[in-house]
Write a protein of this length. Structure first.
Length: 101
């Protein structure tokens, strides 16, 4: 027994909404970073679902490009987060101005 495409699209919409709400409401940089990653994974799930529903490999190949962008974001984002936390313990997103130094 297999679930249909609308179930996966609903799950992707719920994941994207949770990520968007978390990004807007939280001020902790690590939580915001995880919310962005959750949103990217929701987009990947949507791409794979549409690719399977339309019997086209294009969506699945686009997922690899999204994963590459997410990996680059992880490298740059974690570098910035580590730089913030080295200067201040418990830094929030409002403390990004201290990196201008």
């Amino acid at each position: 027994m297999s679930l249909g495409g609308p179930y996966y699209l609903t799950l992707a919409a719920v994941l994207f909404t949770i990520g968007g709400v978390g990004l807007l409401l939280r001020r902790n940089v690590l939580v915001m970073f995880m919310c962005v990653e959750l949103m990217l994974n929701a987009v990947n799930l949507t791409l794979v679902t549409f690719s399977r529903m339309l019997n086209d490999i294009g969506g699945q190949s686009l997922v690899f490009f999204v994963l590459v962008v997410a990996a680059a974001e992880v490298v740059v984002g974690l570098g910035i987060i580590v730089a913030i936390f080295r200067r201040r313990k418990g830094a929030t997103a409002d403390d990004l101005h201290i990196l201008k130094g």
